[in-house]
Design a protein around this ligand. Structure first.
Ligand SMILES: *Cc1c(COP(=O)(O)O)cnc(C)c1O
Length: 348
């Protein structure tokens, strides 16, 4: 990489192995179901998450939207965490494009909605009310330091969903980060949900793409939704080839990213003026804050890091930061960031 970029794991470049595989991938027209590389990726993805079928989509947002529009229809309601990606960071797609009403609920420090509150939020069969149809969950939970939520929470939600005939969809953009951090197979996390989307980009380093997985019948219908959204791609095997490497070779190494994030959090905790909670950091996302006594703003600091050291860091409000570790961040880069921050904050 040409810079040290902590802003997100979305900035990752494909690996040299991926570029070679992309150039050599066998191709066909995927809308006809004839791209062998896409077909292989969809089958592998489904197997990894313990579902019958998969559907290659252009992005995580498209995967979530495709799932939501396939599970629910206009006037239906989706129970969703108020700081979740599907509610906050997907341009309101479920409402603008699907006529689906989000029902946002608060989440705890780890991204979990309270079970009793989820239960209470299910509507009665009253013509005044929207029709409860869907529960949306996220794992790892981006807004809460990428916290990896253990499967028992989803098992509990499954019970509620079954009692009220609701569908359960997981935004698993960083599903494999969660699986590696919990030390369990991804399928153990997705066992209780009807459908799941995960990203091949981000930490897994593919340049483009996500996969939506679920039952064969669900994916058959989702294929139609994807087409309606303009997501029927043709020789998409050039992209799926990188996705195959992402799934086959890049999931276990996410543990390195988690180690680097913990190294960063431990280091930040030693710097006067910074507030961070290393105990809450189990995967690759580190949120931290400036103490009130620090005169500089978050923006002042990110500017200096960029101009003086070519280190790019995300801000989170006027006093906060977000750092994300990934394949292109090494231990030495974490050390550089810590040294530079120590220096900037010491001078004041
Ligand atoms: C990145 C991300 C997505 C999908 O984002 P795209 O940029 O559309 O691929 C969905 N959910 C979460 C939690 C994410 O971090």
């Amino acid at each position: 990489m040409d810079r040290i970029d902590f802003r997100s794991d979305t900035v990752t470049w494909p690996t040299p192995t991926m570029r070679t595989a992309m150039a050599q991938a066998p191709l066909g027209d995927d809308v006809y179901g004839e791209d062998p590389t896409v077909n292989e990726l969809e089958a592998l993805a489904a197997a990894k998450v313990g579902k019958e079928a998969g559907l290659f989509v252009a992005s995580g947002t498209m995967g979530n939207l495709t799932a939501i529009l396939t599970h629910a229809t206009r006037g239906d309601e989706a129970i969703v965490g108020q700081d979740s990606h599907t509610y906050l960071w997907e341009a309101g797609g479920m409402a603008t494009l699907g006529g689906i009403v989000p029902h946002p609920l608060p989440t705890d420090a780890f991204g979990r909605m309270e079970l009793a509150q989820v239960k209470q939020s299910v509507r009665s069969d009253d013509p005044h009310l929207p029709h409860s149809r869907l529960i949306l969950v996220e794992n790892s939970y981006g807004d809460k330091n990428g916290y990896p939520i253990p499967p028992d929470y989803f098992a509990n939600l499954r019970q509620i969903a079954d009692q009220h005939n609701l569908r359960l969809h997981m935004d698993g953009a960083r599903l494999f980060n969660a699986a590696v951090a919990l030390g369990i197979p991804a399928a153990a996390i997705t066992e209780h949900v009807d459908s799941v989307t995960f990203c091949l980009s981000k930490g897994l380093c593919a340049p483009v793409g996500s996969v939506l997985c679920g039952s064969a019948e669900f994916i058959r219908r989702a294929r139609r939704t994807r087409k309606a959204l303009g997501g029927g791609m043709r020789q998409a095997g050039v992209l799926a080839a990188a996705g195959l490497i992402a799934l086959n070779e890049m999931t276990e190494r996410l543990a390195d990213d988690h180690r680097h994030a913990q190294q960063l959090a431990q280091g930040l905790a030693q710097i006067p003026g910074i507030i961070v909670a290393p105990d809450h950091i189990k995967t690759n996302i580190v949120y931290f804050q400036l103490e009130d006594a620090v005169a500089l703003s978050a923006e002042d600091i990110t500017q200096r890091l960029r101009t003086e050291a070519n280190i790019w860091l995300g801000t989170n409000g006027p006093r906060g930061f977000r750092a994300v570790t990934h394949y292109w961040i090494q231990e030495a880069n974490v050390t550089s960031l810590l040294e530079k921050l120590t220096h900037i904050l010491a001078v004041k």
